[in-house]
Design a protein around this ligand. Sequence first.
Ligand code: UD1
Length: 417
Amino acid sequence: MDRFIIDGGTPLRGDVRISGSKNAALPILIATLLTDESCVIENVPTRLRDIRLTFRVLEAIGKRVDVSGSRVVVHANKPLKTRAPYDLVKQMRASVLVAGPLLSRFGWVRVPIPGGCAIGLRPIDIHIQGFQDLGARRVLDQGDLILDSPLRPGRVRFKSPSVGATENLMMAAAALEGTTTIVNAAREPEIEDLAGFLTDMGAKVTGAGGSTIVVRGARRLKGVSHRVIPDRIETGTFMLVAAATGGRVRLLGVEPAQVHALSVKMRAAGAVVREGQGQIVVSMKGRPVPVAMATAPYPGFPTDLQAPWMAWMSLAQGRSRIKETVFENRFMHAAELGRMGARIAVSGDTGVVQGVPALSGAPIMASDLRAGAALLVAALAAHGRTSVARVYHIDRGYERVEIKLRALGARIKRVKT
Ligand code: UD1
């Protein structure tokens, strides 16, 4: 298992190019199951563990995946299977997204139910309810969910706006001839990207980015070429790293509007955030002013940036509150930050952070992907040496992170243990 050794305290300076969005690429890759024609997908963060697992899921189901740099071509190969293997689903919850396209095309699908993870129980009841609204019958067998009965277009109403459920149902609806309306849909930019992909394939998706999405599906969908949007969470993480180290970083290949909620909070805390065409420049001097923050579905402050935000607020000139409203157990990083001298008290869905003048290096451990990002922010800002264990969590979502950070002047190396 790899670890990072980080000697903190160097202000980061220079340019960094942000990769394509992991969370947009995942459903788009899976949506290729809707067609037998080839699809070309550009700007895919192909080095990420979750993206590589998605290739394996597609191959297990019957596709061929050719990768060259950040360009991926998905071809038909064998007749598609209508089940996803447990050993892959248990490694990556997003594999449940194969249910939508396969059920819609073949009228039957078997997917293992993913377990909980470090940040909460993460049930899939909203996905299942959506399929039931379109006529699916559900059966549980040996921990697997079997959905049968051909779907028919109709009206789906989510009890809360789940990102994954919205994507799953959009993909299902795309292959159903007729109109399906999804009410209380999630509004994240990744959903708009998927909507564009499905529309190019021959379905007509309107309303994505709002809370009611209308999908006019078609029985045969075609292969298309598509470029994935930039990763707004990687963008936000680099913005926070730049500020926490008191540096100046220009982020290239980004979409500033997609990190608006973060930019507003960072400016309130004293950072200079300048937005340009496809780029953002962040600079900061000294400690931040404490700013309260609550996570919320898009366009609110993303839950995936809560942990790195907390790392920055650990250095604030006073006390701030952080409320996590999306996941029930997403403060695992607080204790690790505490090992570096942060003063954080967590109670229920709220963390109270009493800023300290400096953090100090320590041996620490990533518990999940975004907790890992928080530890990077803290370690790069801290005095002294930090050793971050369980880097494989960070590798799920940040492409070549140590190489990008080193190019900005960070002293970070990966060691194999
Ligand atoms: C996606 C993102 C993840 C991000 C999250 C929220 C991907 C691959 N992952 O995850 O990085 O943190 O959106 O922005 O895109 N819920 C239920 N029942 C369900 C589904 C969800 O109760 O059937 C709950 C979840 O436990 C969670 C909340 O709804 O508390 C939001 O989950 P959801 O929007 O579905 O997140 P994901 O799609 O899993």
